[in-house]
Ligand binder design. Structure first.
Ligand code: ADP
Ligand code: MG
Length: 473
């Protein structure tokens, strides 16, 4: 080496005069002979520029370029070597590729789930319809019931996919947080595995909150998965619920939340814990400390998103080797949770005589909805896309009392068609059927009082209940 700049010297922690005259392979690579390959030697022998990307023992990545300076005969007399530290650049690149990959998978999953939901709607719908028309003692009932049960599981799977693609509609209903915990307990047991002790301490009285049960189940699953990963040699995972009142002092101390009554869910494990640095970043999408292929870094990002959508907040307390504790606060609602969610088979929805404009592009689903509605006394006008729906509405504006629109349709989507129709009749009500939350759909821009959402796959009873509920409002 006949000369080096200050950056090179600083990088070695030496003074410039101490490195001139030494060999680069000694200084940077701790070797007694040239590296193989070596771009400097390459340039000397070929008289042409060369390059190499190397990772040094300290884990940093360097982009090395060499440029020969030629003498009168055209031989390389001197070579300039430029080294750039591209560690950060490479890290960002990898992160970007990972983000892109996840996004693509999300799109794919969302798209498949959407079509799959339509198919499931037909299976579930016709199944229920058959059951409704079967005699109580028909021996074939059991077969249909088995088909429906399997379809329910398939529907659950599609929900997972949609949640992953973050395309799921949040459907918040009054429910008891303790019920959610109870419901998901056996799944959590399976996630947690046999080596880990699992204990639940539900609060002694109900904790009414406004929530999407499935999404809260997802939250618990993700927390349990992480707890399991943090306790490879076993330990205890505990989930407790309680009721707390947050005062103004708590909110100002934490810098978030509104004073009031909250349901508090605490999930603790006795695992390896985290340092402060990690704690700060865990909710970032794609932040993971797990090896490639093990962690996606999405678990807690999804948790965070869900809690945010529920107007709640989450924080974490952890120290290395001292375990981890997550606290989730969800606002309590005054209303008592509705009794039970399951409908009794004989608890048939009320009939109606109104005329409904039905817009759905999938012919088998359209036929299904029509059959269900007409069986219960309604008159149905059909449209096969959004544009057709607007035209049919104009032609029959005096008869139609309710719109039943699929959200995703060709030519004009459900929301756009609804907006058009509302220009003609400003009080018309609509039930929207959706496979997943459309990015284009801004729920806040919809008249809350006049619309209801129903998520695919739709059961006939659900459909009839929503239709009746909105008409009676
Ligand atoms: P992933 O599990 O795919 O890594 P998450 O978003 O679920 O992604 O978690 C992000 C990171 O937070 C984990 O990689 C881990 O470092 C840390 N973490 C989460 N939960 C725990 C826990 N219970 N104990 C220790 N570390 C945890
Ligand atoms: Mg995780």
């Amino acid at each position: 080496m006949i000369w080096a700049n200050k950056g090179a010297a600083d990088g070695l922690g030496k003074k410039l005069e101490d490195i001139v005259g030494l060999h680069c392979y000694t200084l940077w690579h701790g070797r007694t002979e040239p590296c193989d390959p070596c771009p400097v030697l390459d340039s000397f022998s070929t008289g042409r520029p060369a390059g190499l990307v190397v990772t040094t023992p300290d884990g940093r990545t360097w982009d090395l370029r060499t440029i020969p300076l030629l003498d009168d005969r055209g031989d390389a007399a001197t070579v300039i070597e430029v080294g750039r530290d591209i560690t950060e650049h490479r890290r960002l690149e990898a992160q970007y590729l990972q983000a892109q990959k996840m996004e693509a998978i999300g799109h794919l999953a969302g798209g498949v789930a959407h079509d799959f939901n339509n198919i499931l709607s037909a299976i579930i719908g016709y199944g229920h319809l058959t059951l409704m028309n079967m005699r109580e003692d028909d021996p074939l009932r059991l077969n249909i019931e088995n088909i429906l049960e399997a379809s329910d599981r398939a529907a659950y799977l599609t929900q997972e996919l949609l949640l992953f693609g973050r395309k799921q509609v949040t459907e918040r209903k009054p429910l008891d947080l303790n019920d959610v915990l109870l419901k998901v307990k056996k799944f959590l047991l399976r996630v947690i595995g046999a080596d880990v002790e699992f204990e639940t301490f539900p609060f002694s009285s109900p904790l009414p909150i406004l929530a999407d049960s499935h999404q809260l189940e997802q939250v618990l699953m993700n927390l349990a998965t992480n707890a399991r990963d943090a306790m490879p040699k076993g330990g205890t995972f505990t989930v407790a619920t309680e009721q707390v009142a947050l005062g103004a002092d708590f909110c100002s101390a934490h810098g978030y939340g509104k004073p009031g009554a909250y349901a508090l869910l605490t999930a603790s494990d006795t695992g390896k814990g985290m340092n402060e640095e990690t704690c700060k970043r865990i909710f970032e999408p794609f932040f993971t400390t797990k090896e490639v292929g093990k962690g996606t870094g999405l678990g807690l990002a999804v948790v965070y998103g869900i809690i945010k959508r529920h107007e709640g907040f989450i924080n974490v307390y952890s120290e290395p080797n001292k375990g981890t504790r997550f606290k989730i606060y969800l606002p309590l609602v005054a209303r008592e949770p509705r009794e039970g969610v399951a409908m009794q088979a004989d608890d048939m929805p009320a009939r109606g005589t109104e005329t409904i404009l039905l817009a759905e592009d999938d012919p088998s689903l359209r036929q299904l909805a029509k059959t269900v509605l007409t069986t219960f006394g309604y008159s149905v006008l059909e449209a096969n896309d959004g544009k057709d729906a607007v035209e049919k509405f104009i032609a029959n504006r005096d008869r139609i009392q309710l719109l039943l629109f699929d959200l995703v349709m060709p030519k004009m989507n459900g929301k756009e068609a609804f907006d058009e129709v509302r220009k003609i009749n400003a009080c018309i009500k609509a039930v929207f059927v959706s496979g997943y939350a459309e990015d284009a759909l801004d729920k806040d821009s919809l008249p809350e009082h006049d619309v209801l959402f129903i998520q695919k796959p739709v059961t006939p009873i659900d459909l009839l209940r929503k239709v009746r509920e909105l008409l009676d409002r």
